[in-house]
Design a protein around this ligand. Structure first.
Ligand SMILES: [Zn+2]
Length: 121
């Protein structure tokens, strides 16, 4: 495969990274707001913070995947499945530029929390 084929993905990943970093900055900004004195209001705000935490974790997780993908581009290992060493098809990379596994390996170990046979029941 010609070397510059990863360029479009690098650009995509860098743009995603920027966006995530901005999102995280906003989330952390919200975190620093002092809580209300009133206890009922405070409970609602703490619940909000839980949501904010979840969003933050999600963004941080995605950011880690993107950073890893950028490292794979640098190491010229981008587009190669980390599990089986096969090439990841371009359509998958276009949909998930940070994909570390080919479709086969990704389907093998379905992400936790997604019931695999839910549709059959
Ligand atoms: Zn694989």
């Amino acid at each position: 495969m010609p070397e510059p084929w990863t360029d479009q993905f690098r650009e995509k990943l860098l743009a995603n990274k920027d966006e995530l970093q901005q999102r995280l900055a906003r989330i952390e900004e919200n975190h620093r707001r002092p809580l209300a004195q009133d206890s009922t209001e405070r409970a609602t705000e703490l619940e909000d913070l839980d949501v904010v935490d979840a969003l933050g974790n999600e963004a941080r997780f995605e950011l880690r995947q993107i950073t890893a993908a950028l490292a794979r581009i640098e190491g010229q290992k981008y587009g190669i499945c980390e599990a089986c060493g096969e090439a990841i098809i371009e359509a998958r990379l276009l949909a998930y530029p940070h994909a570390a596994n080919c479709i086969d390996c990704a389907t093998d170990k379905a992400p936790a929390g997604v019931p695999q046979h839910a549709a059959e029941e």
